[in-house]
Design a binder for this molecule. Structure first.
Ligand SMILES: Nc1ncnc2c1ncn2[C@@H]1O[C@H](COP(=O)(O)OP(=O)(O)OP(=O)(O)O)[C@@H](O)[C@H]1O
Length: 280
């Protein structure tokens, strides 16, 4: 894949994403609170946590899809309000939005990933075609290019979405639950595609309930709990994230605003985690 597009972005800093005391309220209800996050170029970050803990809202805040009600978000050292370099960002939404019943071919779907790199309605250049074909190779779907997206299995559709983002050659790549409901062979194919991105030096922020075959790629785990970052550190095994420390064993809807939370530190270091495991 062409990397020439990167040459125009002479890196001035290693920081790709920063959130300072970020908060999000929806309909007056606080959803995210006191989020402090610093992500550097090349990191592969898994964003984990129970249903409703705020993972999707955090991804949305990072990409400007959801406004923060307090604090600051910066992408590549630019305040989100002034950031316009969207071709540097790739985003794979949850699978339910793929295809959507529209009879679009696999190739077209992947080609749409080049849109942000194209000038207003200019035709596809050979470099675009190469990037699209390369991306299909990476996810192992080159032979399905002409097929309608709806003829593919859910896991294959997810790989098409990854290919679409790959085709845009993003520096910072967000994926929301890419393996939800995906069978193991497809999870493995996804992990291989993400390995290619990682080897290229892209930064990846991945929302996942379970890491499965992607676990070996992860450099850093962030675990959300009740709208806060409860852990930020070395990768954790899936069973640790879903253990009692992060409160993922019970339904968050049963929490009450008055429930004392001070027995759980806001940020748990890996050491704290080791010490406190099994005490809650
Ligand atoms: N548009 C919205 N309107 C109202 N409440 C919302 C909205 N989006 C999210 N919430 C609430 O914010 C909280 C966090 O939701 P969010 O989707 O960010 O969590 P999540 O960790 O991604 O969960 P899941 O794993 O189920 O996707 C939940 O209590 C949810 O009900």
């Amino acid at each position: 894949m062409s990397r020439t597009s990167r040459a125009t972005h002479a890196p001035t800093s290693r920081t790709v994403l920063e959130i300072e005391d970020g908060s999000v309220a929806i309909g007056g209800r606080p959803i995210l609170r006191h989020i402090n996050l610093h992500i550097e170029r090349g990191e592969f970050v898994a964003l984990m946590g129970a249903n409703g803990s705020g993972k999707s809202t955090l991804i949305r805040a990072m990409t400007g899809l959801r406004k923060v009600s307090g604090g600051e978000v910066r992408l590549f050292d630019k305040d989100l309000h002034h950031f316009g370099d969207w071709q540097r960002i790739g985003f794979v939404p949850q699978r339910s939005t793929a295809g959507g019943g529209v009879p679009v071919s696999v190739w077209e779907m992947v080609a749409s990933g080049r849109l942000t790199r194209r000038r207003w309605l200019r035709p596809l250049f050979p470099a675009d075609r190469k990037a699209i074909n390369d991306a299909l190779e990476v996810v192992g779907l080159a032979d399905r290019a002409k097929d309608g997206i709806t003829t593919l299995s859910g896991g294959q559709q997810q790989r098409v979405l990854i290919a679409r983002a790959l085709a845009g050659d993003p520096e910072l790549f967000f994926l929301d639950e890419p393996t939800a409901g995906v069978d193991l062979p497809n999870q493995q194919a996804l992990a291989e595609a993400l390995q290619v991105l990682k080897d290229r030096g892209s930064t990846v922020v991945l929302v996942a309930h379970e890491l499965g075959p992607m676990a070996k790629l992860v450099d850093r785990a962030i675990v959300m709990r009740d709208g806060r970052i409860a852990y930020d550190g070395a990768p954790l095994a899936d069973h640790e994230v879903h253990g009692p420390l992060f409160g993922t064993g019970h339904d968050h809807h049963h929490h009450h605003a008055t429930e004392p939370r001070d027995h759980v530190p806001h940020v748990v270091s890996p050491l704290d985690h080791d010490r406190s495991e099994g005490t809650h």
